[in-house]
Design a protein around this ligand. Structure first.
Ligand SMILES: Nc1ncnc2c1ncn2[C@@H]1O[C@H](COP(=O)(O)OP(=O)(O)OP(=O)(O)O)[C@@H](O)[C@H]1O
Ligand SMILES: Nc1nc2c(c(=O)[nH]1)N=C(CO)CN2
Length: 177
């Protein structure tokens, strides 16, 4: 499995931790994917559409031999399987799986943009990503993840609170409760 990718997960409907856990499990059980690391889980204030429940957010890294478009198909089928309904733009969702990075590729297609076009401005993405990839260099931004996170305002960072510290346990603390 020669490709690597970082995926952001978010949930703000129902049993949010259940949906995160099931999202990870679905990816892990895919024969062409190996989940390699999980960040901690953060509770985050909604960004964009603010009149909705708070989110649980986290990120994971994986290795795979599928293409970026195949990975998008897989993540979308996991979202569907986990009751995701697409109605309101940026509205509440049981599970959202965004492909943040795929190797060091720069992809601009109608259905897929990599790096994810809003990752650099989102504390709810960069904070968990720093758990597992702080020193990872992204050519597109000519910066490491840590450097991307540094200019985020205090207000953005204030909306992001550690909810479950799984990282110190190799990430898989999420499966222990
Ligand atoms: N890197 C990416 N990861 C996931 N979806 C992407 C990506 N780039 C483009 N898309 C497209 O974005 C479309 C909308 O995705 P989705 O409904 O999950 O957006 P969102 O999570 O509400 O908003 P945002 O993209 O700001 O996180 C998808 O159908 C997909 O084709
Ligand atoms: N805190 C938070 N806010 C959001 C999120 C999210 O995952 N977490 N996702 C969005 C659309 O993808 C819009 N706003």
């Amino acid at each position: 499995m020669t490709n690597f990718s970082y995926i952001a997960l978010g949930s703000n409907i129902g049993d949010r931790e259940y949906y995160l856990r099931e999202g990870i499990r679905e990816l892990q059980e895919h024969p062409r994917i190996r989940v390699t690391e999980l960040s901690s889980v953060y509770e985050t204030a909604p960004v964009g559409v603010t009149d909705q429940p708070s989110f649980l957010n986290m990120v994971l890294s994986l290795r795979t031999d599928v293409t970026p478009l195949e990975l998008l198909e897989i993540t979308q089928s996991v979202e569907q399987k986990l009751d995701r309904v697409r109605d309101k733009h940026w509205g509440p969702r049981t599970i959202d799986l965004d492909i943040l990075l795929f190797n060091d590729e720069n992809i601009k297609m109608n259905e897929l943009n990599i790096p994810h076009p809003r990752m650099h401005e989102r504390a709810f993405v960069l904070t968990p990503l720093c758990d597992i990839a702080a020193s990872h260099y992204v050519s597109y931004y000519r910066q490491t993840i840590q450097e991307l996170a540094a200019p985020l305002s205090g207000r953005e960072k204030e909306g992001v609170h550690l909810w479950k510290n799984c990282f110190g346990q190799g990430g898989y603390g999420l499966f222990e409760s």
